[in-house]
Design a binder for this molecule. Sequence first.
Ligand SMILES: NC(=O)C1=CN([C@@H]2O[C@H](COP(=O)(O)OP(=O)(O)OC[C@H]3O[C@@H](n4cnc5c(N)ncnc54)[C@H](OP(=O)(O)O)[C@@H]3O)[C@@H](O)[C@H]2O)C=CC1
Ligand SMILES: Nc1nc2c(ncn2[C@@H]2O[C@H](COP(=O)(O)O)[C@@H](O)[C@H]2O)c(=O)[nH]1
Length: 325
Amino acid sequence: MQIFDYDNILLLPRKCRVESRSECDASVTLGDRSFRLPVVPANMKTVVDETISLWLAQNGYFYVMHRFDLDNVAFVRHMHAQGTFASISLGVKQADYDTVDQLVAAGLVPEYITIDIAHGHADTVKNMIGYLKDKLPKSFVIAGNVGTPEAIIDLENWGADATKVGIGPGKVCITKLKTGFGTGGWQLSALKWCARVATKPIIADGGIRDHGDIAKSIRFGASMVMIGSLFAGHEESPGKTVEVDGVLFKEYYGSASDFNKGEYKHVEGKRILEPIKGKLADTLIEMEQDVQSSISYAGGKALMDIRKVNYVTLGGANEGEHLLM
Ligand SMILES: NC(=O)C1=CN([C@@H]2O[C@H](COP(=O)(O)OP(=O)(O)OC[C@H]3O[C@@H](n4cnc5c(N)ncnc54)[C@H](OP(=O)(O)O)[C@@H]3O)[C@@H](O)[C@H]2O)C=CC1
Ligand SMILES: Nc1nc2c(ncn2[C@@H]2O[C@H](COP(=O)(O)O)[C@@H](O)[C@H]2O)c(=O)[nH]1
């Protein structure tokens, strides 16, 4: 198996089929909804909050609300009252089963539910998927995180409608250092490996550092990418604003960091500062334009045309050209 990451790959252009990049459609379908971009901000406390979730939903973007110190029932009710879809996260503990029961009792059906735990290839996830499919059969269930084809096959067989791939590639992840496991450093080829067996959408989660990495993820089998660090440093970002030598930053911490957990136990995340770079809406527009450019370089008009391109690997033993035959 070839091992590579975002920095070791470049996609190869095909003859252009548009006169303007505005003809290229960056939208993607997940479940029975279509979204402007194949990008979702990470379901982390320093990346999304209720206000950002509502704004994203109302402006044609997918979102996944985080699950920490949150009343999921009130959140779903609020989103539905605003006329938008509800997309929540759950864990696998008794409190999460209680949340499902409360949603059912209140007659609330979230359109999207993401089961979000560190080691998603687990019977606890199997049981939660089964519970959701029984109690909330109309909800679209995303399950993760995983990093192997075996896990993709199991999660799909257990009933997940989409899977999330990425164990430790994130900017505030320390899973690799603390446990010796994960896809950190080879996330893109792990995605390729997983995509070979997937029959349902994959969300590639973590490790995106540049907008071009979105197209690379699509090329290697993702339907969507989840991004934390590139979204954490905006004026509206929920993290605390910190001033260092006259420069403004936003704090960005891992969901498995002591900052999120409130205790130092099974810590697999850290806290960093991201420079503030303006408004979230502007970054999303720039991302859309960059994905449109990617589609045009792919010689296409639609997002999935990116899947048709060849690529080269740069540096290392795998260096060379890779042609689609
Ligand atoms: N994508 C990634 O690489 C990672 C992401 N995270 C994020 O951090 C947050 C917290 O995750 P998590 O700690 O799973 O959530 P929770 O604290 O809600 O734990 C979920 C359940 O899984 C158990 N659990 C957690 N890790 C493992 C493991 N390695 N093996 C067996 N059981 C495990 C926990 O029990 P117990 O704690 O008693 O073991 C608990 O019962 C999530 O948002 C997650 O996505 C965390 C680490 C890696
Ligand atoms: N190993 C850990 N992974 C974490 C933690 N908190 C979040 N995450 C994952 O990172 C991505 C975001 O990655 P980025 O490279 O875009 O910043 C996020 O979606 C989670 O999957 C953590 O504490 N430890």
